[in-house]
Design a protein around this ligand. Structure first.
Ligand SMILES: NC(=O)C1=CN([C@@H]2O[C@H](COP(=O)(O)OP(=O)(O)OC[C@H]3O[C@@H](n4cnc5c(N)ncnc54)[C@H](O)[C@@H]3O)[C@@H](O)[C@H]2O)C=CC1
Ligand SMILES: CCCCCC(=O)/C=C/C=C\C=C\C=C\[C@@H](O)[C@@H](O)CCCC(=O)O
Length: 258
């Protein structure tokens, strides 16, 4: 799938991994709607991206993935501006074991909320053109990250949702591929602020540090390269791509249907 002329929506786009995903999509010729709760970071990113890639190539829309109403308005505005949606990156996420309900609401419910709204525009059965939806899950979604049980639960849920939606789409003929990025530690504010957000597991901060030391920390651009592979390779559907300092691996899972 070539990206020239394609339209993408990225949630949590103002900073960190979402910013890197948006930059690489634009570099490859897509137009990008940047959805984020952070108004000032989102506005200034849009201005700088439009200077680099041409006026109108990036559109910032203030949007909280916890709000169905804000998501619906943002998707509608994207379609009005860019003429459709070909790519959705469900990237917005937090790690906070203290405010665990919010972690579930953003990381898992936000992904499901945005996906179902996107289907209204992308699903070939509704007159859409199809496309690809990529979730930023985590390596925590593949095995337990013991210092962050709720975060682990949300990311495991995202991997399961992605793989089940991939099968449902294939069998139903939605024309949409679903894949998940599963990076280990990535150099962003999320891990910089992590020790203060461990809630009832704050006594395990040192253990989290040891796991981080063992696995190493990758850059946001390494995650964005993984996104490009999952978006452009049309054979990829229902994949969970683990990204570590030592490279990328497609995960193998037991099959329930084949
Ligand atoms: N940093 C890491 O080590 C890893 C992060 N991830 C995942 O990557 C995704 C992005 O995380 P980072 O870039 O590291 O975090 P970050 O904290 O650097 O950036 C997150 C962005 O999401 C936005 N955001 C937060 N809540 C939102 C909401 N309710 N609605 C819309 N936007 C919202 C923030 O304003 C921010 O711009 C998350 O889903 C995270 O779980 C996955 C694996 C590793
Ligand atoms: C194993 C799965 C990787 C998961 C990466 C991810 O998706 C999210 C990570 C979230 C939190 C990271 C926490 C890191 C914390 C440490 O940097 C901190 O606890 C170190 C404290 C210093 C010490 O050694 O006491």
């Amino acid at each position: 799938m070539a990206l020239t002329g394609k339209s993408a929506v990225v949630t949590g786009a103002a900073m960190g991994i979402g910013k890197a995903l948006s930059e690489l999509l634009l570099e490859n010729g897509a137009k990008v709607a940047l959805l984020d709760v952070n108004d000032s970071a989102g506005q200034s990113l849009m201005e700088s991206l439009n200077q680099q890639h041409g006026a109108g190539s990036a559109l910032f829309l203030k949007c909280d993935v916890e709000s169905e109403e804000q998501l619906k308005a943002a998707f509608q505005k994207t379609v009005e501006t860019f003429g459709g949606i070909d790519i959705l990156c469900n990237n917005a996420g937090i790690m906070n074991e203290g405010t665990w309900e919010k972690t579930v609401s953003i990381n898992l419910m936000g992904v499901i909320r945005a996906t179902y709204i996107a289907l209204e525009y992308m699903n070939k059965l509704n007159g859409g053109k199809g496309g690809v939806i990529v979730m930023t899950a985590s390596m925590a979604g593949l095995g337990p990250f013991i210092t962050c049980p709720v975060y682990t639960a949300t990311k495991s849920g995202v991997v399961g949702f992605t793989r089940a939606m991939a099968g449902a789409s294939e069998v139903s003929g939605y024309g949409i591929r679903f894949n998940a990025l599963c990076p280990a530690f990535v150099q962003t504010d999320l891990i910089a602020n992590a020790s203060a957000n461990l809630g009832p597991f704050s006594h395990l901060a040192e253990v989290a540090g040891q796991i981080k030391e063992k696995l190493g920390v990758i850059s946001v651009s390494e995650v964005a390269e993984g996104l490009m592979e999952l978006v452009t390779d049309e054979t990829k559907n229902g994949e969970a791509l683990m990204i570590l300092t030592k490279g990328k691996t497609y995960m193998q899972f037991p099959s329930l249907s084949k």
